[in-house]
Ligand binder design. Structure first.
Ligand code: AMP
Length: 218
C-alpha cells in the first residue's frame, strides 16, 4: 500500500504516520527527517536545505522529487510506505503520480489530517523530539516519562526543532496554505482523498486514520 499523509505542520503526521507504518510493516518516509539527517551529517544537501528550513521555506521541488524517487525504491518500502511531508507542492504531487505510475504502484489513499491554526501553533511551541529516534513528544499533552529524556533512549535529552520558533511557525503555516493546501483538490479530483480530524486523543485520531486506510486496503 502507498499512503500519503497530508496536513499542516503540527497536525500529527509524524506521530500518527510512525504508528501506522509500524503496525502495518510499511516504511515511514518523512522528508523532513531525511533533510534533518542530511543537516546532521553536514552533507551538501543538508547545508543547502538547512538555510531554507530554518526560515520556514520549502526546499526546491527537483531536490525533493529526486530524494523521494530513490527512497521509495529501498527494500523496506517494497510492501508499502507512508509518506509524511511529501508531496508539498502540486509539482511534487504530479511527479509522485508519474513515479508510481512508472512502477505500476498507484497511490492507494491520501489522508488529510485537519486541525485549527490555534491548535497547531500551541502544539508546535510545545513540541520536543528525540534526536536519536525522532520520536515526538508534547510538553503539554504527551510528555515523556521524566519530561526531559526520550522514553526509548533514557540517556538522550529531548531537543526542540530549530524551525519551531514563533516566526518560522507562522511562515510554515503561510507556505502550507499557499503551496500545500491546494493538493487536497488534486487528490479529491482523483477520488483518493479522505479527511480525518487531527484533534482529540491520539488513540482516537489513530483509530479514524486506520479506518480511513482500511477502506482503501486492496
Ligand atoms: P517537516 O518535518 O515535514 O515539518 O519539514 C520540515 C521542513 O523541511 C519544511 O518546513 C521544509 O523546509 C522542508 N521540507 C520537508 N519536506 C519537504 C518537501 N516535500 N518539499 C519541500 N520542502 C520540504
Amino acid at each position: 500500500m502507498q499512503v500519503v499523509l497530508l496536513g499542516p505542520p503540527g497536525v500529527g503526521k509524524g506521530t500518527q504516520g510512525r504508528r501506522l507504518a509500524s503496525d502495518r510493516g510499511w516504511a515511514l518516509i518523512s522528508t523532513g527527517d531525511m533533510l534533518r539527517d542530511a543537516i546532521a551529517k553536514r552533507t551538501s544537501l543538508g547545508l543547502e536545505a538547512g538555510k531554507l528550513m530554518d526560515q520556514g521555506f520549502l526546499v526546491p521541488d527537483p531536490v525533493m522529487i529526486g530524494l523521494v524517487r530513490e527512497r521509495t525504491l529501498e527494500r523496506d518500502a517494497e510492501t508499502g510506505f507512508v509518506l509524511d511531508g511529501f508531496p508539498r507542492t502540486v509539482a511534487q504531487a504530479q511527479a509522485l503520480d508519474a513515479i508510481l505510475a512508472e512502477r505500476a504502484r498507484p497511490l492507494d489513499v491520501v489522508v488529510a489530517l485537519t486541525a485549527p491554526d490555534q491548535e497547531l501553533v500551541r502544539r508546535l511551541s510545545a513540541r520536543w523530539e528525540c534526536p536519536v529516534c525522532r520520536r515526538v513528544y508534547n510538553a503539554i499533552s504527551a510528555p515523556s516519562k521524566d519530561g526531559r529524556h526520550c522514553d526509548d533512549h533514557p540517556e538522550t535529552l529531548l531537543t526542540q526543532r530549530a524551525d519551531d520558533t514563533e516566526e518560522t511557525v507562522k511562515r510554515r503555516l503561510d507556505v502550507y496554505r499557499a503551496q500545500t493546501a491546494p493538493l487536497a483538490e488534486h487528490y479529491r479530483g482523483q477520488g483518493r482523498l479522505k479527511e480525518v480530524r487531527g484533534t482529540g486523543a491520539l488513540d482516537e485520531v489513530y483509530g479514524a486514520l486506520s479506518a480511513a486506510v482500511a477502506t482503501a486496503v486492496r
